[in-house]
Design a protein. Structure first.
Length: 238
């Protein structure tokens, strides 16, 4: 199987560059990945038949919006939308998944200098989705059959990271993975159901993500030169 990465969009977030009180946090991430599968049949009478090519792909977008109550704490809501298409040439089946998530989040930001800050971000999401399996979809058969499974559950996740202030409220955010728990009930097409609980400890290079952030201040809380040093003095008083 030949793997082709078309695009993997780094986490692009508009978030709490300075976590100033009475300001707003807008963030989000987007990703897309594609694998190309090619199957060539064995020669018959010295003749090689036509190859079958199928493309697997996955995508995800996850925006969030929150209010920064003080120099450390932010509360808000986030949503997640995603999909995945996988093909099995050998069995002539295609599986299409659609995933949805929605829930509140809380973020704590702690500046360690005028340039760098640490943050902990926690989502508490409700999950839902469905998976459709279609037989005959790859070969283009006229009589295809489909089955559909669905799932629902919840998924709290803690995501730590570090950020670097650039200028005028812009910053670079770097996360290294997450600690999460999920409880999901799947309802299969044959009326059977399955409940699954799992604890995830996912850290490492494969979970590395980089984002750009921007702080949006409300009226009367302008972001100008020297605001970082003023904010640090305010932190010392808390």
């Amino acid at each position: 199987m030949k793997k082709l990465i078309l695009a993997l969009l780094a986490v692009s977030s508009f978030s709490a560059a300075n976590a100033q009180a009475n300001s707003w946090l807008l963030y989000g991430n987007a990703s897309y990945n594609q694998d190309k599968n090619k199957s060539t049949p064995a020669p018959v009478g010295g003749v090689v038949g036509a190859s079958t090519v199928a493309k697997d792909n996955s995508w995800e977008i996850a925006p969030g919006f929150g209010y920064q109550m003080n120099n450390h704490w932010t509360l808000g809501m986030n949503i997640g939308l995603g999909g995945n298409t996988s093909n099995n040439i050998a069995t002539d089946t295609r599986v299409q998944d659609r995933n949805y998530a929605f829930g509140p989040f809380v973020r704590y930001t702690q500046w360690i200098s005028k340039t760098f800050f640490l943050y902990g971000h926690m989502n508490i999401n409700v999950l839902s989705g469905k998976s459709t399996t279609t037989t005959g979809a790859i070969s283009g058969a006229t009589n295809t059959t489909s089955t559909e499974d669905s799932y629902s559950g919840f998924n709290p996740a803690l995501i730590p990271g570090i950020g670097m202030n650039i200028k005028n409220g812009f910053a670079v955010n770097i996360s290294f993975g997450s600690l999460s728990y999920s409880n999901v009930t799947t309802d299969f097409a044959n009326k059977r159901s399955l409940n699954t609980s799992s604890l995830g400890f996912n850290f490492g290079a494969q979970n590395f993500a980089v984002g750009i952030s921007k702080n949006f201040c409300t009226k009367g809380h302008h972001h100008g030169e020297g605001s970082e040093s003023r904010r640090m003095k305010d932190d010392d008083k808390e």
